[in-house]
Design a protein around this ligand. Structure first.
Ligand SMILES: CC(C)(COP(=O)(O)OP(=O)(O)OC[C@H]1O[C@@H](n2cnc3c(N)ncnc32)[C@H](O)[C@@H]1OP(=O)(O)O)[C@@H](O)C(=O)NCCC(=O)NCCS
Length: 211
């Protein structure tokens, strides 16, 4: 069949025909466009929280909950500490316009108390994404982030042509590793000396869900 390549892999076949890829790209663009529209904006109503796009008026609440060294210790250094209202505004300005970066707010009773972001891969990794998240400390230990990570992963697999969503957890962060396990991610390996955080050299733990 002309122009059609079918890649054989041990677990599945991937259709790489130009028609298929074009169709997938159009579908991707359509879903992104509908998500960006305030009328049809993506909103996941979960048992304990709601996941929805960020708004500029989340700044004060974000700064209040994100300004916590315990949160900073679990995330990349890109996440500021201390976390000021200016940091929140700068983050929100970028998050609101970035495409196809998909960063969402975790809201409880109307207040922005956490964040969850999906970062699409590029080039040969364009069928993959990584996920990152944080939650205000007063809400820890109630299963909220497990619910959020499960829902955003399901949403991404249902709406985007993704075959793999992964996350890397610092080896001194068992709570986050547990979130991923409960959300159906599989532990794939330990990346030795992968992270330099708070002047400590740490391993990171690679988790993924595949479709
Ligand atoms: C990691 C984080 C998102 C977890 O959110 P959360 O809503 O409290 O998570 P959940 O309640 O859904 O699940 C936490 C699980 O970790 C477990 N846990 C917490 N502390 C733990 C510890 N020190 N050792 C082992 N397990 C631990 C909890 O018991 C729970 O598991 P269980 O339901 O089996 O009892 C939150 O702590 C956070 O924002 N941390 C700072 C930022 C961060 O680390 N982000 C992740 C970057 S990869």
């Amino acid at each position: 069949m002309r122009g059609r390549i079918v890649l054989q892999s041990t677990s599945s076949e991937i259709d790489c025909s130009p028609d298929y890829i074009l169709r997938e790209l159009w579908e991707y663009a359509r879903v992104l466009a509908s998500r960006s529209s305030p009328k049809n904006g993506m909103q996941l109503e979960l048992k304990q929280c709601t996941i929805l796009p960020w708004r500029m008026d989340d700044a004060e609440s974000v700064a209040r909950h994100a300004n916590n060294r315990k949160i900073w210790l679990g995330v990349r250094d890109l996440f500021p500490h201390p976390y000021t209202i200016e940091d929140a505004r700068e983050f929100l300005q970028r998050a609101i316009i970035e495409q196809p970066e998909m960063k969402f707010c975790v809201k409880i009773e109307g207040a922005a108390v956490g964040g969850i972001g999906v970062h699409p891969g590029q080039d040969v990794h364009r069928h993959t994404a990584t996920v990152g998240y944080w939650l205000g400390e007063q809400f820890w230990g109630r299963g909220i982030m497990t619910e959020a990570v499960t829902a955003i992963t399901d949403f991404c697999f249902d709406n985007f042509p993704l075959r793999r969503i992964s996350a890397e957890v610092f080896s001194n962060n068992p709570a986050s590793a547990r979130v991923l396990e409960k959300a159906g991610f599989t532990f794939e390996g330990r990346l030795k000396n992968h992270v330099l955080k708070d002047r400590k050299l740490l391993d990171s733990l690679l988790y993924a869900r595949t479709k």
